[in-house]
Design a protein around this ligand. Structure first.
Ligand code: NAD
Length: 518
């Protein structure tokens, strides 16, 4: 693994923050000691000079050296590193928590060192309150001065009240867009568990990925379009949970078919939320993408700021917001931000980096790496399907209204590292390095899904490359450049994914506007 080096600008910004926080601690101490000083004055025979001398000795002899604990705790809790990518709310929460822990540690060490209470309890309390509130307030103040747009977003009115859901019923899961690369494996896993499943899919890329599932009596296939209100209403009747995978997937495909990408990836999600709530759907899992993080040198987690750099990322992010705002005590959305998928499935996509490089290495002997230093998180298709199924049965309070990155910390790689792995499986491969304008770069933390759902990947990149290699050797996959294997090629060759329905177009237009405050 390559080592990430912070830029000088990052170091300077972090240092400035650390200095400001340290100054807050010192100022808070001075105020608290002044309060003590005023009290000592009232206690003869202590003279004012003697009182000042005690406090001065305490400040320089005990307080100042011990106060080093504050920057140490802040640094350990990521206040100057990880949280730099966080939203303002999350940043303020983490800074306040860190200041609280540091204050407790300080008070304890202070007691150990002095064995007396130089600071009376009321002054210790005052000191604690000042440090915690000022450390948090400093973040707000900075945002107010430099980023007032984020404060405006936080102050925006809450989402409109949604209609109350109908009564609960049967135990059936609706998978929307389940006939694709990931969906086919999700279906396999659900059906193998004996789950009753309904599939709504317009089979953009054909039915090849699900042909082998027809033998399952617990699978009900409903051909249809998730933009069509009648199709969705029929599909949601009597279902308990929804897994929403349907989309125009990937940056190039969305750019090529932007109108339909906006309809399917965003407007249809908003319409489906309303219908799901009306039908009393309990859990609504939404397939989002780690690409909402855009471009950053820092490790991103679910609190990090999202800066999508493509239409695809934007539509996913806007759908996320609509879903999370719709959460109620009966409707439980879960946003799953998938890492980039690789590996063999009934419809392997060769417009994804690991699969594409493996195919090229096998069939052409040359691979081209664009922007080799850029980071991406990866995950095997069988593992992502397992994560979806696990989230469906995870305790509701662990996942309801939550965003979960779906992947594994061990599978963050630079694209150059991916090339090395491919080369180790295909030693004769020639590797070309090229730079282009693609700015996507993100390394992602997957601690939350590990803790809340218990998910960890079972396969690594080498496993995926080897199984694809075997599939090619056995002739299970033909020409990887066939449009069936690539969303962008498919759209270019066979045309855009229009709804072909005037009513749907009007309904989608009504749902396509991004609400103010986004
Ligand atoms: N594959 C990845 O690396 C990856 C990464 C992050 C997120 N995701 C997300 O996971 C989900 C599944 O991805 P995938 O790789 O399986 O994609 P895919 O393109 O293989 O499958 C998409 C499925 O959605 C269906 N679909 C498209 N438009 C539809 C419509 N209007 N109505 C009904 N069905 C429709 C297609 O027929 C297809 O079966 C997507 O939402 C995608 O954004 C995938």
């Amino acid at each position: 693994m390559g080592i990430r080096i912070m830029s000088w600008r990052s170091i300077a910004q972090s240092s400035a923050r650390a200095i400001a926080d340290f100054a807050i601690v010192q100022l808070s101490a001075v105020v608290a000691l002044l309060v003590v000083g005023l009290r000592l004055q009232d206690q003869p025979p202590m003279t004012a000079e003697a009182g000042i001398a005690i406090l001065r000795d305490y400040y320089f002899g005990v307080f100042f050296p011990l106060s080093v604990i504050f920057p140490v705790v802040h640094a350990a809790l990521g206040v100057y590193t990880t949280t730099r990518t966080y939203t303002l709310e999350a940043k303020v929460r983490r800074a306040a928590m860190s200041a609280f822990i540091a204050t407790l540690t300080f008070v304890f060490l202070n007691f150990l060192v002095t064995r007396t209470s130089v600071l009376p309890r009321s002054s210790a309390l005052l000191f604690s309150l000042l440090v915690i509130s000022a450390t948090a307030a400093a973040r707000w103040l900075k945002a107010w001065i430099f980023h007032s747009d984020e404060l405006a977003r936080l102050a925006a009115p809450a989402a409109a009240v949604m209609p109350s859901p109908a009564p609960r019923k049967a135990d059936k899961v609706l998978v929307v867009g389940g006939a694709g690369y990931i969906g086919a494996i999700v279906l396999e896993k659900l059906l193998a568990r004996g789950q009753n499943v309904r599939l709504l899919d317009r089979l953009v890329y054909g039915d090849q990925a699900i042909a082998h599932l027809q033998r399952y009596p617990n699978l009900e296939f409903m051909p249809g379009d998730c933009r069509n209100i009648q199709d969705v209403v029929r599909a949601m009747a009597d279902v308990r949970d929804v897994i929403h995978l349907a989309a125009i997937v990937g940056d190039p495909a969305c750019t090529e078919d932007d109108k339909n990408a906006l309809e399917i990836n965003y407007a249809a999600t908003r319409m489906m939320i309303e219908i799901a709530k009306g039908h009393g759907v309990e859990r609504f899992l939404f397939a989002s993408s780690c690409s909402v993080y855009g471009a950053s040198d820092l490790l991103m987690d679910e609190n990090s700021k999202t800066v999508p750099v493509s239409l695809y990322g934007e539509t996913k992010l806007n759908s996320e917001k609509a879903l999370l705002e719709a959460k109620s005590d009966k409707f439980h959305p879960v946003v799953l931000r998938f890492a980039t998928v690789f590996g063999l499935a009934p419809r392997p996509r060769f417009d994804l980096v690991v699969n594409l490089l493996t195919a090229k290495a096998f069939q052409e002997g040359t691979i081209t790496i664009y922007n080799g230093e850029q980071w991406r998180p990866f995950i095997h298709v069988a593992d992502i399907a397992e994560a979806v199924v696990m989230t469906l049965s995870a305790p509701l309070d662990a996942v309801s209204g939550e965003i979960l990155n779906v992947g594994d910390d061990r599978l963050n790689y630079t694209l150059a590292q991916i090339a090395d792995i491919i080369k180790s499986e295909f030693p004769d491969t020639r590797v070309e390095q090229v730079e282009n304008s693609d700015r996507r770069n993100y390394r992602v933390s997957f601690a939350k899904i590990r803790e809340r759902v218990g998910f960890e990947a079972t396969r690594n990149i080498e496993d995926g490359v080897r199984e694809l290699k075997l599939a090619f050797e056995r002739g299970l996959i033909g020409n990887y450049q066939n449009a069936f294997y690539s969303n962008i090629l498919f759209i270019k060759e066979r045309g855009k994914v229009d709804s072909g329905n005037e009513v749907s177009s009007k309904v989608m237009a009504a749902f396509a506007d991004v609400p103010v405050g986004n």
